[in-house]
Design a binder for this molecule. Structure first.
Ligand SMILES: *Cc1c(COP(=O)(O)O)cnc(C)c1O
Length: 377
């Protein structure tokens, strides 16, 4: 999108506003598919749960990773009346419930769909057996998360040494282990994590097979890095490593799936906000804008992400601080942005803010989350 288009949208819709460009969503999905043709992408809805994104991705062949009953329904409602298919296959082809811990009420509600769900411990397995006996199960493995911006291995995943026991336990309960999954951590920039995780999964699969349990699906999770800055290596480099390991370690019959969230949506959105206050404090100009850390910039806290603001106005840049609109000092977007001198009502914008942004915005202090606008839908 051009700066002119963005300015136009802010003028028409008001601020704060998040603009999602569906051409970019589709291009990211297609790039993922092009570089890893053997891998079916299940978009991780939590990265940005806009229904319009679900619909655009579904139309070009994507499947979905959901992590709550509400996300399951969001996907199901937005895709169910598109081409009908045999229900069981349709659900597994299109949705994986990849949150390893599920409330019993959620399992009860999901059972009618014969869902595909993950687990990583014996208690969860027993719960699945009791409340969703028609589910297929996928064992989530704990794998190294070294060098990923968001670490997940301390909360999720069965230790590989316990994996075969947990697979046997599922079969003993009368459940079928359909797959193995892992997550290398979000915004993974150490591609060795994927290589190690693939090798761990392959040995678990071989050991299970030796015990008579053939496992059909390998789910390589999310973590594919978004190109926030120049140091992030391209998906092409990562894909080459993943493809080579998959080729080497898994049979042709194994279905390989992935759960990219950030990679699909991060670069697809731009947020625009307005300067609502200006002060000079300790020799530095401070701007207050009508969006912030409790809102679209929530990724600063929850996603360990640093965003950079740009102005539409031209002028000599100077170091300044930018704060959000709430009454909390935590609501600090940056203490060192490079912006030209701005006045009240001037606009600032932030690119590549499509992942873990509006998804985790709150209503803190009574300020509504930014309006979300779809373009090229
Ligand atoms: C959050 C999450 C994802 C998406 O991760 P990204 O790093 O955004 O690609 C995928 N799978 C699971 C199980 C997750 O929790």
């Amino acid at each position: 999108m051009t700066r002119k288009q963005l300015k136009e949208i802010a003028r028409k819709e008001g601020t704060p506003v998040v603009v999602i460009d569906h051409n970019v969503v589709r291009a990211n999905y297609k790039a993922f598919h092009r570089h890893m043709p053997r891998v079916q992408a299940y978009y991780a809805v939590k990265a940005n749960p806009e229904p319009a994104i679900v619909r655009s991705l579904y139309k070009i062949g994507a499947s979905f990773d959901v992590a709550s009953l509400a996300e399951f329904r969001l996907v199901y409602e937005n895709i169910k009346d598109l081409p009908a298919r045999e229900q069981q296959d349709f659900i597994w082809d299109k949705i994986i419930y990849a949150n390893p811990t599920k409330p019993r009420e959620t399992l009860e509600a999901l059972d009618q769909y014969k869902p595909l769900v993950t687990y990583d411990n014996l208690n969860e397995l027993k719960k699945i057996k009791r409340f969703a006996p028609h589910a297929g199960v996928v064992l989530r493995l704990r794998v190294p998360n070294t060098g990923s911006v968001v670490e997940l291995s301390s909360k999720f995943g069965a230790d590989p040494s316990e994996a075969v026991t947990l697979i046997q336990a599922a079969f003993d309960l009368g459940l079928v282990v359909e797959g193995l999954s892992f997550h290398v951590g979000s915004q993974c920039m150490n591609f060795e994590n994927f290589v190690q995780a693939l090798n761990i999964s392959a040995s678990v699969m071989q050991e299970a097979e030796a015990r008579g349990h053939k496992i059909k699906i390998l789910d390589i999770g999310g973590g594919f890095p978004a190109p926030y800055h120049r140091d992030v290596e391209s998906i092409e480099v990562l894909a080459r490593k993943i493809n080579a390991e998959i080729e080497r370690l898994f049979s042709k019959e194994t279905d390989i799936i992935a759960e990219p969230g950030r990679f699909v949506v991060a670069s697809a959105a731009t947020s625009i906000a307005k300067v609502i206050g200006k002060a000079r404090r300790d020799g530095k100009t401070c701007y207050y804008i009508d969006d912030g850390v409790y809102h679209t910039f929530s990724g600063i806290i929850f996603d360990h992400c640093q965003y950079h603001l740009k102005a539409f106005k031209r002028g000599q840049p100077e170091i300044c601080a930018v704060f959000g609109q709430t009454c909390d000092a935590l609501d600090t977007i940056s203490l060192s942005e490079d912006l030209p001198e701005l006045q009240l009502d001037d606009l600032v914008y932030c690119e590549a803010i499509g992942a873990y942004s509006n998804a985790s915005a709150t209503w803190f202090n009574g300020f509504a989350p930014a309006k979300v606008v779809q373009v090229n839908e």
